[in-house]
Design a protein around this ligand. Sequence first.
Ligand code: PLP
Length: 433
Amino acid sequence: MKLNGSMTVDEKVLHIGDVSCIELSEKYSTPLYVIDEKLVRQNCRDYINNFKVKERKNRVAYAGKAFLPLYMCKLIKEEGLYLDVVSGGELYTAHKSGFDMEKIIFHGNNKTLDEIQMGIDLGVGIFVVDNFYELDLIEKICEEKLAVQNIYFRITPGIEAHTHEYIKTGQIDSKFGFTLVNGDLYKAIESMSNYKNINLIGLHAHIGSQIFDVQPFLDEVDIMMNLVKEIKERYDIEIKEVDLGGGIGVYYTQGDQPKTIKEFCETIVKRADEICDEINIEVPTLIIEPGRSIIANAGSTLYEVGSIKTIKDVRTYVSVNGGMTDNIRPSLYQAGYECAIVNKIGEEKLSQVTVAGKCCESGDILISDTDIMDIKSGDILITSSTGAYGYSMASNYNKIPKPAVVSVMDGKSKIVCKRQNYKDLLALEIMDK
Ligand code: PLP
């Protein structure tokens, strides 16, 4: 297992932020999410320093969908990032954490009336408008409240990027945004003169997730900058801000070769300079929305090993006391992870096992066919890089309570999300007497 961030090994025992994983499992029980706070902060700083936030007033907006407890809002705020939210719930969390609402970018392809009202009442900085229906809703609410709302248009730029490849298609099949090729974006821009309470100040696109290749992002930059020029020439509208979305890939397993945050940011900013120079426009303010690349490698999950079942000549199943309820990604899209036994780091890997969860689903497999050191029931197994889309996608399937989240740094640990208990599971349920 690759050691991320502040992971170290002392006499075969894995430590994160100078805290022993054995101690963490004893103190807080398992399953347990562990967040390496130093690495979260370092990732934020790498973005801020390399995306020219100070020199150019560019912005880095953390994509809250990756992981958004109050604690994370606080870290993001302290590090000077903006925040991208996609629902009333995420917006509420940000608000309760004391996050500056001016620094909120509100996404979503079907924001409800209530959510839009809430955003306008709270004074959200930017709505990323996804469709004509939303434009009408925002205008109506702004009229009632005598408010004016700044917006970006979300566009579907004709680039679809996957992990190792990308395609440029003429026709994009996506539920998100105004399509470029069928003319919807132009219709939306033309309609702006009908909206007295809405200010179009930017464009937004998001081309995919877990992308290693920088080329699709460079193509995105080119398309967006050309659009800025075209919109100025055709409609005399100044697009001052361009939001390039998130999607930067991270290391999960061997073979993943992500760019560093620095390399990635420098390449994007440089390309924006070049293309704007070529087409003779001023470089707009750039916004980027990383989620996974800030939190994925900073999170790990500790489990206790339970049953071990060997089917001769077939496979050995090692079952742990969590699974698809705390990490749906392997079942949902065959995401890969690495694992280790926390007090046997460096020992020879003696066998190959499949790590299974405890849910009543054959598909509840966390890692298939992984080499592992000597493993016994009662061992503490860690899966690394579970910080993004783990806790935020966790469920109570099989009425399994959600694990606690602990933050570690400089030899200290603290609970940032309590473990659910059985009573919590019934908190919303009503039974007729
Ligand atoms: N921005 C938008 C609009 C997204 O839809 C997403 C992810 O789906 C992100 C940012 C964050 O992507 P990632 O976590 O891959 O960086």
